[in-house]
Design a protein around this ligand. Structure first.
Ligand code: NDP
Length: 284
């Protein structure tokens, strides 16, 4: 394809990356906003992330999304060019160049909160159970606290990793320390208004073992994973009494919308793109 001089080039860098839905999402945003762009897939060697990023921007690339397993490396690469969100998350999913330097932000938390708001639910004052302590969990911790949740409990298969996240939070945002607790998966006891699955357990066809958790009336169960059918976690949540269930496709589109805004200064409407992706995923 021949690009016009005004065509902006973007890509998602990861390994593996070929199943990413980011090109379809960003190209739809481009059509919607009238910004000419091309969005590709950049599979980086595991030991060559910095070279891949340098090469992309040296050839005039406008912006990069970063996915597994490079989000922490992208954070390290940005040095002093990190946004506050990225600094607190310890991970970067959006890169661009500004004033000759590499800049990085993390849009996962904004994406999650925007999608929860789409369900008509306000995080303020809610008791939140966050399952998982990997990169995705880390990216949404601070935004959940800043949105005013009343309590935040982090549980994880490896309890030490959940405690590590709590220690990180306590060190960075001491004013929230009293609201946050951490433990193993089987220590999820309590009644929760919002339960977020930030584990990859669905990949193994399993729901996380959180039998001690209770859903409050009307509670939301949110799985960051998504697919054409309800994930094992969402099936478990319905059976356990969750009033609302949602998967992470909306988060994916909303985090992309925020990255698009950072790069282009125009905020796309995520709703129609999400509806289109959902119907394609379900083969409609
Ligand atoms: P990581 O590899 O960093 O972390 C994986 C997490 O899952 C760890 O907490 C791990 O626990 C836990 N885990 C894995 N298998 C199981 C299991 N069988 N039972 C219980 N816990 C398990 O992954 P990420 O944090 O980057 O991603 C997590 C999920 O979130 C992925 O499925 C990813 O696709 C999704 N995601 C979705 C996004 C969206 O926009 N919708 C954005 C980002 C991520 P332990 O520490 O004990 O190993």
């Amino acid at each position: 394809m021949n690009d016009s001089p005004s065509t902006r080039r973007f890509a998602v860098v990861g390994n593996p990356v070929k199943h990413s839905r980011s090109p379809a999402i960003h190209e739809a945003f481009g059509r919607q906003t009238g910004i000419p762009l091309r969005y590709g897939l950049l599979e980086s060697p595991l030991d060559g992330f910095a070279r891949s990023v340098d090469g992309f921007f040296a050839q005039g690339g406008w912006g990069l999304n970063v996915t597994v397993p490079f989000k922490e490396e992208a954070h390290a690469l940005c040095g002093t060019g990190l946004s506050e969100r990225a600094r607190l998350a310890g991970a970067v999913n959006t890169l661009w160049m500004q004033d000759g330097g590499l800049r990085g932000c993390n849009t996962d938390g904004v994406g999650l909160l925007a999608d929860i708001a789409r369900q008509g639910i306000d995080v303020a004052g809610k008791r939140v159970l966050l399952i998982g302590a990997g990169g995705a969990a880390k990216g949404v911790l601070f935004p959940l606290l800043e949105a005013g949740c009343a309590r935040l409990r982090i549980v994880n298969r490896s309890a030490g990793r959940a405690q590590g996240l709590k220690d990180h939070l306590d060190a960075q945002l001491a004013e929230h320390a009293g609201k946050v607790s951490a433990g193993a998966l089987d220590r999820a006891e309590g009644e929760w208004d919002i339960v977020i699955n930030a584990t990859s357990s669905s990949l193994a066809g399993e729901a996380p073992a959180i039998a001690s958790a209770r859903y409050a009336p009307g509670a939301l169960a949110y799985d960051m994973m998504y697919g054409p059918h309800p994930t094992p976690f969402l099936v478990q949540a319905r059976a356990a009494g969750a009033g609302h269930v949602a998967d992470g496709l909306g988060m994916l589109v909303e985090q992309a919308a925020e990255a698009f805004f950072i790069w282009n200064g125009v905020r796309p409407d995520a709703g129609p793109v999400l509806a289109h992706l959902r119907s394609r995923m379900q083969g409609r």
